[in-house]
Design a protein around this ligand. Structure first.
Ligand SMILES: CC(=O)N[C@H]1[C@@H](OP(=O)(O)OP(=O)(O)OC[C@H]2O[C@@H](n3ccc(=O)[nH]c3=O)[C@H](O)[C@@H]2O)O[C@H](CO)[C@@H](O)[C@@H]1O
Ligand SMILES: C=C(OP(=O)(O)O)C(=O)O
Length: 430
């Protein structure tokens, strides 16, 4: 099981290429099920979750051709991948595949829309919460789907003539359920209106791709999305959105260590509230032609209170990373997690490095300390793992982050990207 060894104390200076977004690539890949033509995706990141989804899509009959190229170490590894699903050969998504990667549950929408039937394993929860799928099922029922749950599987059937356009208002914002409902609605008979839809940039990216495939969608990025069903979709070529969570993560790493780093291939509008919080903490962030320049020299880290919210609020996927930054602030800060019920597992690991954090329900109180000291720590989930790396970069001595398979789900070539900027970070394989 791989580990990551960090020797802290170095500033970060240089350039970090930002990869395609995991949370955009996954729904885009699943959209390939909606057409018998070829969907070509550019800038697909090399991530464990992407590789797992390739296996799942292959199980449904998607042919995959990777003609990206592995460039020198100084260039991004982004790949161009072609997906062709001439026929859906299997409408079952089995437990042993779905349980490994929650977003694979999202195939239920395209399977229903194109094949009229789907048997998809319930994904089960994960470290950060139970993560039910009730909103997915309610939304699909609003399009006429018959749903029953049996033996841990969702059995879904569309009406004989196919799904029917409907109106569904989400009682709470769900990114995945918005993706799924939007994809299913593209091939429904009639018009679908989705209210209280997720506004994340990844939803807009998926809508842009679906429109390129011939879908009729308006309102993506707002709370109301309208989809006018069509009889079929055709192939397209689409470039995966830059990863805003990776962007925010590395910006927080620079804010933590001090230094001057340009994050290449990303955009400020992807981060909204998170950028505001970073600037309030004392980081100088400016837009450049190639991306974002992050500088923190001299002045310390200011305490900042944040509350996680759906986009454009502060993203829950940056909560752990921001907490790591706040452990070295000059005062007391508060972080409130409103999206997931169990997303503070990094707290006890940060405490092993000397952080002073107390929890009261969904709120963490962080009292900044003058120094962190390296120690062995355990990654518990994807974003918690990288918060330990950020803390290790500023800790005195050596920090060993165990169970980095969590990290490999969502961060491409992290050690290389940090080492290029002066960090002492290496992967240790047992
Ligand atoms: C692959 C991907 O894009 N993952 C992201 C996606 O996850 P995901 O789409 O799973 O997260 P959701 O936006 O659906 O979850 C938001 C909240 O709604 C709840 N919920 C969701 C669905 C449902 O049917 N019932 C229900 O109660 C969840 O448990 C959670 O408490 O959005 C999350 C919130 O921005 C991010 O943290 C994840 O990184
Ligand atoms: C929670 C995350 O992903 P997933 O929904 O795939 O678990 C994440 O990207 O932080």
């Amino acid at each position: 099981m791989d580990r990551i060894r960090i020797r802290g104390g170095n500033k970060l200076n240089g350039v970090i290429p930002i990869s395609g977004a995991k949370n955009a690539a996954l729904p885009l890949m699943i959209a390939s099920l909606l057409t018998s033509d070829t969907l070509t995706l550019e800038n697909v990141p090399h991530l464990a979750d992407v590789e797992q989804l390739l296996r799942i899509l292959g199980n449904h009959g998607v042919d995959v051709m990777v003609n990206g190229r592995r460039e020198s170490q100084t260039e991004s590894y982004s790949r161009t991948i072609q997906f062709t699903c001439r026929t859906i050969v299997d409408t079952t998504a089995p437990y042993d595949l779905v349980s490994k990667m929650r977003a694979s549950f999202w195939v239920i929408g395209p399977l229903l829309a194109r094949a009229g039937t789907a048997r998809v394993s319930l994904p089960g929860g994960c470290a950060i919460g139970t993560r039910p799928v009730d909103l997915f099922l309610e939304g699909l029922q609003a399009l006429g789907a018959q749903i029953e749950i049996d033996g841990g599987y969702v059995n879904a059937t569309a009406p004989d003539g196919g799904l029917v356009g409907g109106h569904y208002t989400f009682p709470k914002v769900s990114v995945g359920a918005t993706h799924v409902l939007m994809m299913a609605a593209t091939l429904a008979n009639g018009t679908t209106v989705i209210d209280n839809a997720a506004r994340e940039p990844e939803v807009v990216d998926l809508a842009d791709c679906l429109i390129a495939m011939g879908a009729r969608i308006s309102g993506a990025g707002t709370s109301t999305i309208t989809v006018e069903g069509v009889t079929s979709l055709h192939g397209a070529r689409h470039r995966v959105l830059p990863d805003r969570i990776e962007t925010g993560t590395y910006a927080m790493a620079v804010a933590m260590t001090g230094g001057d780093v340009t994050l290449e291939g990303t955009r400020a509008d992807l981060l909204e509230n998170a950028l505001d919080a970073l600037r309030m903490s004392g980081a100088e962030i400016t837009e450049t032609e190639s991306g974002l320049r992050v500088v923190r020299n001299g002045n310390g880290i200011q305490p900042v209170d944040v509350v996680t919210e759906p986009f454009p609020g502060f993203p829950t996927d940056l909560q752990a990373q921001f907490m790591a930054l706040m452990t070295r602030s000059s005062g007391v800060s508060h972080i409130t997690e409103t999206i997931f019920e169990n997303r503070f597992m990094h707290v006890q690991e940060l405490a092993r490095l000397g952080a002073r954090i107390s929890l009261s329900g969904q709120m963490a109180r962080i009292e900044g300390v003058d120094r962190l000291r390296g120690a062995p720590v355990m990654a518990t989930d994807l974003r918690a793992s990288v918060s330990l790396v950020i803390a290790g970069l500023a800790a005195e001595g050596e920090t060993m982050v165990n169970r980095v398979y969590h990290l490999d789900r969502g961060f491409e070539r992290l050690e290389e990207k940090l080492t290029r900027c002066g960090a002492e970070v290496e992967r240790v394989s047992d």
